[in-house]
Design a protein around this ligand. Structure first.
Ligand SMILES: [Zn+2]
Length: 331
């Protein structure tokens, strides 16, 4: 049985397909990897594969009662638990876990297997994790538990040891771009988002191309205008100001803005190397030789590290701009 609808993740998919074919599915899985790379999608594909009543050689039929209800989000044997929000303090409450566990006391309604998918299991609080632990010790038959998690170290070791691990990797920029185009994005926008998504389709889908283009234009203008340090300081303050919220400075946000600049120099390097077709950003790129482009790229990455550490972001930005302007062909 094939798993369908999963982008990339060949190893994870091959592992699960093999286990389904050999009828050696575990009763509990831990899907480990960054968010937005297809962990929950894979769990759903796995559920479809084991419950489809009219499977084809290509995978689930998409038309039987089970496939139909799953696609409509109404399958009574596919239970999903997730934290209420992305915030670190957001918790999966013990009541929700207990309710899902109660369901495992009954045979699956559809006659196949039930799946309890716990998304972002790092948000389980200690009470929720303990409630889950008891079920993992003596799982009722025909129930599959899937936990998605970024890092197994964030879960109780007793929980981890009872789950079979499946590893998920960041997606390649090519995989993300192709998926965005398939979903109707223009090619140039898709490549821009894919280049900045850090391997996460989920993140790519949240990016706004118009904002990205405007940010990049501002950065490049500031860089090529050759302005004075004082102007750079004003620019840096502006940039940091747009990433200041009630909780203080959003260092991740500033670093993401700098991702654009890093990509800009990466494109300059591949273009200088005669591989312009590998460029990710639309529009012209800097005319630098390979060494200067690589040096500029490294400077941007170093500044991102400093800002994510505890450096004063305005100062780090001004130092970066001054350093970049020193690059011979930018002067
Ligand atoms: Zn089906």
């Amino acid at each position: 049985m094939r798993l369908t609808g999963v982008i990339g993740q060949r190893r994870a998919v091959a592992q699960l397909e093999g286990e389904i074919a050999a009828q050696r599915l575990a009763h509990a899985y831990m899907f480990v990897g960054p968010s937005g790379v297809g962990r929950a999608t894979t769990a759903q594909a796995m559920f479809a594969a084991v419950n489809c009543t009219e499977p084809t050689p290509e995978g689930p039929c998409g038309a039987c009662g089970s496939c139909h209800r799953l696609a409509a989000g109404t399958h009574e044997d596919f239970l999903v638990l997730a934290p209420p929000s992305e915030a670190r303090s957001s918790q999966i409450k013990v009541e929700a876990v207990r309710e899902a566990i109660r369901a495992t006391g009954f045979a699956p309604f559809g006659g196949g297997k039930r799946m309890i998918l716990i998304k972002q299991a790092e948000h389980l609080n200690p009470a929720s994790a303990n409630a889950l632990l008891k079920t993992l010790e003596e799982p009722p038959p025909n129930n599959i538990l899937v936990l998605t998690v970024g890092d197994a170290k964030e879960l109780l070791p007793t929980l981890v040891s009872r789950c079979r691990k499946v590893s998920f990797m960041p997606l390649t920029a090519e995989e993300i771009a192709a998926e965005l185009v398939r979903r109707g994005e223009p090619e140039a926008d898709a490549r821009l988002k894919a280049g900045l998504a850090g391997g996460s389709l989920g993140r790519a889908l949240q990016l706004d191309t118009a904002v990205l283009q405007a940010d990049l234009e501002r950065l490049v203008n500031q860089l090529t205008a050759g302005g004075q340090a004082l102007e750079d300081w004003g620019f840096a303050e502006d940039l940091v100001g747009t990433h200041r919220g009630s909780g203080g400075i959003d260092r991740e946000g500033i670093s993401q803005a700098l991702d654009l600049l890093a990509l800009y120099f990466r494109d300059a390097a591949v273009t200088a190397a005669g591989r312009g077709q590998m460029a990710w950003l639309p529009g012209p790129t800097a005319e630098l030789n390979i060494a200067d482009a690589c040096r500029a790229f490294a400077q941007v990455r170093r500044t991102q590290g400093q800002i994510l550490g505890n450096a004063a972001p305005e100062l780090a930005m001004v130092v970066l701009l001054a350093g970049l302007k020193e690059a011979p062909k930018h002067a």
